[in-house]
Design a protein around this ligand. Structure first.
Ligand code: PGA
Length: 250
């Protein structure tokens, strides 16, 4: 399986800033990156990403989609429309969507289904809060989120690309990264859940990314864990040089 380095820009970069970013990325990017690179941009930057993606060899997608693809849903993002722009991935169920925007496992499961039926590869985000970790609930929470997110698309996932991003909520944007051991243990558990839910061979084809305060100086240690197949990077993806250094660690 090819490793994946994904940028989550969150609510940063206007189209003009996105254009400057990709120009800087093009100038930095050496020919020999061994991982796939993805950019999850704000919806209004997707057309800019589409201008650069073919020449630069990266993929891109939105940070959220709605589970309906058209109709009276003011302010939402259509999976079908972003696919027509060239997006091939969609980030789904990020912890900020879950906590700030009230997304439930049920809504997230519908979004995963819609991504797949719109030919977008879903990257399903899962992860426990600090209170859940301290209560010894990490594996139960992650198991619930993975099973809920993929449970309705077990047949479809046999032939569709998808990825899981494990992001402990306490590590997102806090500078407090999970240790390689902590992350590695949860990744191994996610692999077991995928084996059980889908099949062992399929579980080994699905990339499981770690996210939460990944930086150039901790990426190498995290990447040495056998079940860490990539990174989802927020803050450090905003500087092309740092994001490149993280991709280079994979
Ligand atoms: P961070 O964000 O790298 O800034 O911690 C990761 C994410 O939220 O995807």
């Amino acid at each position: 399986m090819k490793k994946i380095c994904a940028a989550n820009w969150k609510l940063n970069f206007s189209p003009e800033e996105a254009r400057r970013y990709f120009a800087e990325w093009s100038a930095l990017r050496p020919a020999n990156l061994s991982c796939d690179v993805l950019f999850f941009t704000p919806a209004y930057d997707l057309t800019v990403a589409a201008e650069f993606a073919p020449a630069e060899g990266f993929h891109f997608g939105p940070q959220n989609i709605y589970f309906e693809t058209s109709g009276a849903f003011t302010g939402e993002i259509s999976a079908r429309a972003v696919h027509s722009l060239g997006a091939r991935w969609a980030l789904i169920g990020h912890s900020e969507r879950r906590t700030l925007f009230g997304e439930t496992d049920d809504v997230i499961a519908k979004k995963v289904k819609t991504a797949i039926s719109s030919d977008l590869a879903p990257m399903l985000c899962v992860g426990e809060t600090l209170a859940e970790r301290e209560a010894g609930q990490t594996k139960n929470i992650v198991a619930r989120q993975v099973r809920a997110g993929l449970g309705r698309v077990v047949t479809e996932t046999a032939s569709h690309t998808l990825a899981i991003a494990y992001e402990p909520v306490w590590a997102i944007g806090t500078g407090r990264v999970a240790t390689p051991q902590q992350a590695g243990d949860v990744h191994a558990e996610i692999r077991r859940i995928l084996s059980d839910l889908l099949s062992p061979p399929r579980a080994h084809e699905i990339a499981i990314l770690y996210g939460g305060s990944v930086k150039p100086d901790n990426a190498k240690d995290l990447a040495s864990q056998p079940d860490i197949d990539g990174f989802l990077v927020g803050g450090a993806s905003l500087k092309p040089k740092d994001f490149f250094a993280i991709a280079d660690a994979l």
